[in-house]
Design a protein around this ligand. Sequence first.
Ligand code: FES
Length: 502
Amino acid sequence: MRETVRIELLPLGKALEVGRGAPLQDLLFAHGVEFPCGGRGRCKGCKIKVLSGSLPISDEEKVRLSAAELAEGWRLACRGSAETDLRIDLAQWEATILTDDTVFAFTPQDGLGIAIDLGTTTIVAQLLDLRTGRVLAVRTALNRQAQHGADIMSRVEYAVASHGQAQLERLIRAQIGELVQELLDVSAAQELKHVVLVGNTVMHHLFCGLSVEPLSHYPFEPEHDGLCAFTADQLGWSLAPAASVRFLPCLGGFVGSDILAGILATNLDQSEELAALVDLGTNGEIVVGNRERLLCASTAAGPAFEGARIWMGMRAATGAISEVRMENGGVRCHVLGNGPARGICGSGLVDAVAAALELGWVKPNGRLANGSDFNLAGPVKLSQTDIRELQLAKGAIAAGLEVLLKQWGATKADLSRVYLAGAFGNYINHTSARRIGLLDFSPEKVQPAGNTALLGAKLALFNSQADDAQYRELRRKTRHVSLHEDPEFQQTYVEQMAFPAT
Ligand code: FES
């Protein structure tokens, strides 16, 4: 018997020759497959489709997957190992990662800089010529830590309960070091001067070597969340000795330096008028304020906006329903790649429920009018549980924004602008978002702001001298609000879970 087997990955067109018996989790993570529960067989988020070859069905798969799914070849990647040659379809895992090409004002300096947005799922790094501000190269990657859990709380659980903190730190420092080196290989003509990283509080702690244990329990406040500076030596990277590596400070609780960077990128802290910055994700972050003062909070929205925990949810990849419109008393769906529909992503979900509300298929309380799932396109349907997941997500964001505005002493009408940060905010239809009560603002007030975290990190590359004072001042005028401690939040959350009647 051969000691190796061949694994073909479609539609990537890649073939791997691997040792017989190698766990698929180890092999497939590098090719985009996520393991939301850390490979414990509990979430079915790592579903793959076996096109040929044999992958026996485990007990967990019998529980998590339906008979029809198993018959079609669906398996949990975390349960299987490569015992025979396999052809595996990974189309649902192709990801687009949002970078940034905003033109901004800067003071020219000598040398090169690297700005890094270290996300829970994805990493984006840009190499800049600090004399011209030009982006010389971009690298994107999936965060290698994600094999130990997709969201920040499963990452914290792995670090604390499974004693994995040192391993997560090693993984991310090594991966960022490789990305930095790849970028420098593009342009060795000048010396690297600065590297700036931004990320949420958990990413900040795991990279900086700070314990995430305080983030695992009430009051979920870090012991230290300030600016962390390193030499390349301390990180085990071989860079020019003078290069500085800084991870920008967080704002409190789970509101990290990606949001601080977003404030810098949108100039929220310099604005005369009241404005808001909203990052729609599993952990939704919200900032409200102006040049005088800012309030920020994070709210556990759940993964519905990312298409996760939705029956036929998937990433915004080929085969995902990304837009839904009403047509002739029914719905018409746009499928990414213009092929057959395989699932639905976050923007499609928001559209679908907005259309279903208009058509009377879903009632304002979220109940399905005819009591059963409704069809969208091909095999893709929405279930009562899917609607409930969306209600939880949109309710958490809407309630968080309302509570922050109230604490600020303002109402939604006082907001001059609502900036949407991140990929989902970039693609969501504002009319649909308003229809479901997620962002109840006129469309002209809502402004997709792109990858504000990366833009803020780039601005910080040119600001190394003023950093400490600037961030201290920004942190001084920003107050972190713990929503779970706010007596009004729970009541507001429940109210905001309902959909507007019209
Ligand atoms: S079932 Fe959760 S990662 Fe496989």
